[in-house]
Design a protein around this ligand. Structure first.
Ligand SMILES: O=C(CO)COP(=O)(O)O
Length: 251
């Protein structure tokens, strides 16, 4: 039995409205009563302050889906790390595959965002994962190691004490195709081994989430794997009953 407490995170992506945010959060807060896993929700930027008000005192923590690597300045359309803190975020996703592929975020930018998040007192959830072509070419662990190493080079391994890693194979995101528990476990163990080579204690403590078509069915077996410490949930995080069911099996 691992000493790491499970964490279930919901990435709402670009979905919702003011009223659906209130509705979903109310259902989550009511349904989570009595559960002991950690729960994080990441609504879109405009709803963060509202979500913070609803979540205060509930134990559910709040994260953003992205942040600027800059402290402040002439960066039209960007959101500073301190602003996220200011509206009640404790966490932020960094390097989600959609940011990497659709918005050209390089390993270097992701590393800079990771550092900027921690400098503002936010816990970064560092997302890593390979494409289908990379998996089929046998490059999975190499890609994930490169993405992780880019952050470790800049931030140092001890920064991982205040961070979460999320393994999200790109081919499993939004496709209904989940990695098998064995496939996911193998990569999670590989991530932990990379960290252990630098600092075994840090490696033993860091939570590594699995993401990619996580649904209530199948979540239990994923979460039973020794190196899977919870989930980063997309589509199913928008359906209160599904998200709650996933939290329940992580409990
Ligand atoms: O990208 C994801 C979470 O960050 C996963 O999304 P889905 O659960 O919709 O596949």
């Amino acid at each position: 039995m691992s000493a790491r407490r499970k964490l279930v995170a919901g990435n709402w992506k670009m979905h919702g409205s003011r009223s659906s945010t209130d509705d979903l959060l109310a259902l989550l807060v009511a349904g989570l009563d009595g559960l002991s896993c950690d729960v994080l929700v990441c609504p879109p930027y405009p709803y963060l302050a509202q979500a913070h008000t609803v979540l205060q005192g509930t134990g559910v923590v709040l994260g953003a889906q992205n942040l600027s690597e800059h402290v402040e300045g002439a960066f039209t359309g960007e959101v500073a790390p301190s602003m996220l803190r200011d509206v009640g975020c404790t966490h932020v996703l960094v390097g989600h595959s959609e940011r990497r592929s659709l918005y050209g975020e390089s390993d270097a930018i992701v590393a800079a965002k990771f550092v900027a998040a921690q400098a503002a007192g936010l816990v970064p959830v560092l997302c890593v994962g390979e494409t289908l072509a990379e998996r089929e070419a046998g490059l999975t662990q190499g890609v994930v190691d490169r993405q992780l190493d880019a952050v470790l080079q800049v931030a140092g391994v001890s920064a991982m004490r205040q961070a979460v890693v999320a393994y999200e194979p790109v081919w499993a995101i939004g496709t209904g195709r989940t990695a098998s528990p064995a496939q996911a476990q193998a990569v999670h163990a590989g991530i932990r081994a990379v960290l252990a080579a630098r600092d075994p204690e840090v490696a033993a403590g860091v939570r590594i989430l699995y993401g990619g078509s996580v649904k209530p069915q199948g979540a239990e077996e994923l979460f039973r794997q020794p190196d899977i410490d919870g989930g980063l949930v997309g589509g199913a995080a928008l359906v209160a009953g599904d998200f709650l069911a996933i939290c329940r099996v992580a409990n």
